[in-house]
Design a protein around this ligand. Structure first.
Ligand code: HEM
Length: 296
């Protein structure tokens, strides 16, 4: 007779051996926290005159953040030689999907449950159409993220999960378009996304090189400035050259390109620190994290 594994072993706070894991439990708490916080603000009437709209924006923001974090898990696991981190990829990816569905549900609530109107808006407004396509993609990735699906789909699984990158592009575009002339947050995330894509595009042995990380920081910071330039040139009446020139001074505070430079140079310093520490301690390199198997 076929034996069934006890359900508790699959709980997100347990490791693959079914043991309780503080590491995964802490990560799970981090995934739940933004949602719990907005639920608390809703319950205490702390979200202003349009609470549903405010919650919708907050959850949308965290959807795209969790998507970016999910894409960053494998690079971080390899760069910091910390394979355990890869245990979190599925959890963070599924979190992005759950937040995305909540974001859509809040939009339906904000439109007073007029589902027909919501469908027509999604069909007719470009930024909602691409948000919808991104969400369908997130759902497809989430439902195929189980061990059984990884086994069943074989090589197709990896091919499907490469769509996480185009989904990221659509999500960022959705964010940019709805931000109109205040695209700082969206451009900042777009710059980090460029860093992630550039890392993926590197030949695998190069990812071990310490020189690559400062170089990636420079590429990502310049790319951010040009993305911002392109956005203002194409989508607004604001002079894009003046926006670009604002990156040459700190008089207007830190621009998205500066922030991307700071964050990605910070990553370069942390990678250097981690490698030096391993060398001092004489710790041998751990087994490389398998990219895109979904089983880690
Ligand atoms: C059916 C799918 C979706 C619909 C109908 C939808 C709808 C909306 C709406 C109505 C807004 C507010 C626009 C305004 O202020 O006028 C918004 C904002 C936003 N959405 Fe979506 N969205 C969808 C999918 C997504 C997905 C998949 C993501 C991310 C992966 C996302 C991320 C965001 C972000 C980041 C914002 C802006 C938040 C802010 O300004 O703080 N959305 N969305």
């Amino acid at each position: 007779m076929a034996t069934t594994r006890p359900r508790r072993k699959r709980a997100p706070w347990r490791d693959r051996q079914g043991r309780f894991s503080w590491f995964k439990t802490t990560a799970l708490a981090g995934c739940v926290a933004p949602g719990a916080l907005v639920a608390f603000w809703l319950a205490t009437n702390d979200l202003g005159s349009r609470p549903t709209k405010a919650a919708l924006l907050w959850i949308g923001l965290w959807t795209v953040r969790f998507l970016m974090i999910a894409l960053a898990v494998t690079p971080a696991a390899q760069a910091f030689d910390w394979p355990k981190l890869a245990l979190l990829r599925r959890m963070v990816g599924v979190t992005a999907c759950v937040y995305g569905l909540t974001h859509l549900s809040l939009y339906v609530v904000d439109e007073n449950f007029r589902v027909g109107l919501v469908a027509s808006e999604i069909l007719h407004r470009f930024y909602l159409t691409i948000g919808f396509v991104a969400l369908v993609g997130l759902v497809a990735l989430a439902v195929t993220s189980t061990d059984a699906m990884v086994r069943r789909m074989g090589r197709g699984w990896k091919r499907l999960h490469r769509f996480a990158y185009p989904i990221g592009v659509l999500a960022l575009l959705h964010y940019c378009i709805q931000s109109k002339a205040n695209v700082g947050g969206a451009v900042f995330l777009a710059g980090l996304f460029v860093w992630l894509m550039a890392w993926r595009a590197l030949p695998v042995p190069w990812r071990r090189s310490l020189l690559v990380y400062p170089a990636l920081a420079v590429v990502a910071a310049f790319a951010t400035a040009w993305i911002e330039f392109a956005w203002y040139a194409v989508a607004t009446g604001i002079d894009p050259w003046r926006v670009l020139a604002a990156n040459e001074t700190l008089r207007f505070g830190l621009r998205p390109a500066h922030w991307v430079g700071v964050v990605t140079l910070g990553i370069a310093v942390l990678v250097l620190g981690r490698r030096l520490l391993s060398r001092v301690r004489g710790v041998p390199r751990r087994v490389a994290v398998p990219v895109g198997t979904g089983r880690e």
